[in-house]
Design a protein around this ligand. Structure first.
Ligand code: HEC
Length: 118
């Protein structure tokens, strides 16, 4: 009887260690990762995720068209955001302020440069 208790205890301990001591920590992020170079770009990234990501996922085509490869100047892109076109809604100043839009613009430029280098 004692032997069984010992075996059970050992198995239990083994199970315990296997479960709780082998939990892997997440892998460190390696390779080329987009890191916003400054606060404005980081802010722009956040706003882009809120307002634009759903139609332009990562600047690629989705509901909206791909905007990364578009070689038009940023002010034209900002005009597009203010006025909308076709399916794309327009965003007024009370939704996205001028400064916010500049940050989004900075983010879009930084991001498309980053994508080109991939
Ligand atoms: C509801 C979906 C939707 C959302 C949200 C949206 N877009 Fe668009 N976007 C589109 C569509 C669709 C087009 C293509 C319009 C067309 O040419 O008819 C477009 C076009 C554009 C273009 C023009 C590209 C070109 O070459 O003409 C830019 C720049 C752009 N979007 C940026 C943005 C930004 C920045 C945001 C966030 C503030 C945003 N969009 C949010 C759907 C969307």
């Amino acid at each position: 009887m004692r032997k069984y208790l010992l075996v059970t205890a050992l198995l239990g301990a083994g199970l315990f260690f296997m479960t709780f001591c082998s939990i892997r920590k997440s892998e460190p992020v390696t390779g080329n990762v987009f890191v916003p170079a400054n606060d404005q770009i980081a802010h722009g990234e956040k706003l882009f995720m809120m307002h634009c990501q759903k139609c332009h996922p990562a600047g690629e085509g989705g509901v909206g068209i791909a905007i990364n490869p578009v070689p038009v100047p940023q002010f034209v892109k900002r005009f597009q955001v203010r006025h909308g076109l076709g399916v794309m809604p327009s965003f007024k100043k009370d939704e996205i302020s001028d400064n916010d839009l500049k940050d989004i613009s900075k983010y879009m430029r930084a991001w498309s440069h980053y994508k080109k280098k991939q």
